[in-house]
Design a protein around this ligand. Sequence first.
Ligand code: C2E
Ligand code: CA
Ligand code: CA
Length: 740
Amino acid sequence: MLPALSYGKSPGCQIPANVSYIQVLLKELSIALGAEHLFVSVLDAELEEASTVYYLVKQRRLDNFIYSLDDSPCSELFSASSPDCEVYQNSYRKYPFSNFPCVRDIRTYMGIPIFDQHGFVIGILVAMFYKPIQVTKLLTTLLKNTAQLITARAQGYFQSMHEHDVSTEGGINQYLLEVIDKFTDVVLLLNQYGVIERANSAISQTLGYAVSEVQGVHLCELLTGAESALNMSYIQEFLSASNSEVLDINRRVRLNKSSGKELQVELKLSRLNLQGGNVFLLLLKDMTQSLEVDKTIYRMAYYDDITQIKNRNCFEHDVRHLLRDASAHNAYVYCALLDIDQMTKLNLNFGIEGGNYCIRFVAKRLQQLLTAEFQVYKSGVDSFFIVYRQRFATASPDGFSRHMMEQNLLCSQHFTLEIKQQIVPLSLSLGCAVFKAKNYSYEALVNTLEFAKNEAKRLAPFGHFFMKQDQQQSYRRSNHIRSQLYKAIRNEEFFLLLQPQYTQEQRIVASEALLRWQSNELGMVFPDEFIPIAEQSGAIIDIGYWIIDKVCQLLYQCDKEGIKTKIAVNISGKQMMHEGFKTELLRILHKWRVRPASLILELTETSLVEDIEVVKALMLELDAMGFMLSIDDFGTGYSSLSYLKVLPISELKIDRYFVHDIKDNNVNSEHGIIQLIVNMARILKVKTVAEGVETKLQYDYLRSINCDMYQGYLFTKPIPVNEWRALLISNPNCSLALAD
Ligand code: C2E
Ligand code: CA
Ligand code: CA
């Protein structure tokens, strides 16, 4: 606390006892300047003696001292022609015997007088340096601004409200005062020094001060918080800039309430040009409510209602950030997805409240079990994401205790709780992976975790599935294929090959249409890879109709050219069960004027077992319309032979894997199976087609047991349409096939 001191030449004016604002300001200034000594002095009336009111040495406050102006460089401040910042280098030479405390060590002296509003010198602000320093414009401006701020700060205390009553000066009229009084927000009218000239009555409600209490007080008295000095310097700059372009500052500041509490307000400052001069209008909007709303919105957006832990939005935000960072460093991240098993059952048994209790219990346990390096987020209803906050340089980093952490999480004893006097053991499933960030978008990462979690579910209770790098790679490839498949028809990336089927007499009776995909993005993709994915995703339905359409178009063209033949089309189980399959099939046939008898529909054994009654009804209908039905890959499925009796089947295709195993003339089990199929087919009056015939030996054996037809590389590989047409035209027996 400082003693109240008299100012020189301005009797009656006092430096306020509480100079905390000036103290903050000076400390910041001394840091900014790098000055070893910094002080403010007040002068006596005769300008002979100066007393420091605040003295800092290397930012530490020391006791004040009194010194003679004559023996110090300060005296020169008043003799200078302009009242500006003065700089003296090597002052010590001039004042070798001065009692000024440190003058011998000082190489650079900077000083500036402080004036009152009447132009009287009332004090000085001095910064001194041990080293000779280059005094830049920035340094002098800093010093000057601070001197002005001190002046402004002091003004509020000696300014007589009578002298400066703006309303009587004709500046602020009564009308303006009435207008501001209508505001529910606090409105203050400031002079250019930042002194409050008028306040509206809202101030008593908002801050708890009487209007008269704040009038004549400097605004800085109201500001609080670490950033108050900075805010004040912005405001001061605004007030003092003669031609300010920035007439609107929008700042959030904290104010002292009379109760001693703080209030956050948004501050809007603008200048009013009144007859008597400029007045500054300061609007203070109480932010309490809107901050509360902000907080609520933030909580709602980023926190889970039930568990009060961070939610999926927050996870997305954080993981995107982590991925970006790790990707830039070519690094890896660890994430896991943990799911409570049988949540539906828990809800049924204990009600929704009981279910929520379980979820809260798990959330709490996870936070207890995991170290601070992990962050837990609530995902859907009953699952949690776990993220390791740091990135790793390698996929299997040392010192990362994934195994221990996972084992700890999947320990049943941690997850047994009591609900309604009942002991309930919970079970969890954990899917996790270390991701190479560069290869993953946020969506792909979540997708992979879902997959890993589902794999873990299969191993319940406490299922655990860590997705290794190679598994991730093949999973990514399938996803890539899946995403590309949808565009493939539109981009005309599919085409058909045809593979003829021969009789024992070398006649081509039919040909199988086989799909090929030349993907713009992935290159050539083979059906063994993409057909299962298309089946899984449902894309096979549109693809299937596209194939039927192309095959029918081909049959139509062949018909026009006088080529009579049949084409076998592979029909996926999913497609056959698709509602409207029969209608669409007939529509396409009608469009190309193709007879059902020209089409062989190849159905796999597995597709037959789905819902045998429905399949049977459909097959009977298709058979009645004249389509030929063939069973593909016969012998590989689990279905019983008994359905062959009840289903309208015209042909069995012996899977190429059986044929492949015919390697010599010694009868082995494959020989036996093939012979069995052929014999049985004969009894049922169904034709047999051997697939994948590659060698003369295989052909001879199949012929010896009287297989009806042959398809394979030995005869013709799958070939493009043009080549196929040329082959049919050159095969004199081709049209004879129709006689069958
Ligand atoms: P699949 O229906 O059993 O087709 C016969 C497969 O055997 C074809 O493979 C064919 O190129 C191959 N092949 C023919 N002769 C020989 C041979 O002598 N040796 C060997 N090793 N292989 C031979 P592809 O074209 O790669 O097709 C694979 C599978 O993809 C097909 O097996 C079928 O299940 C599916 N697929 C192909 N095209 C279509 C289609 O248009 N629709 C549907 N739903 N599936 C298709
Ligand atoms: Ca086939
Ligand atoms: Ca087959």
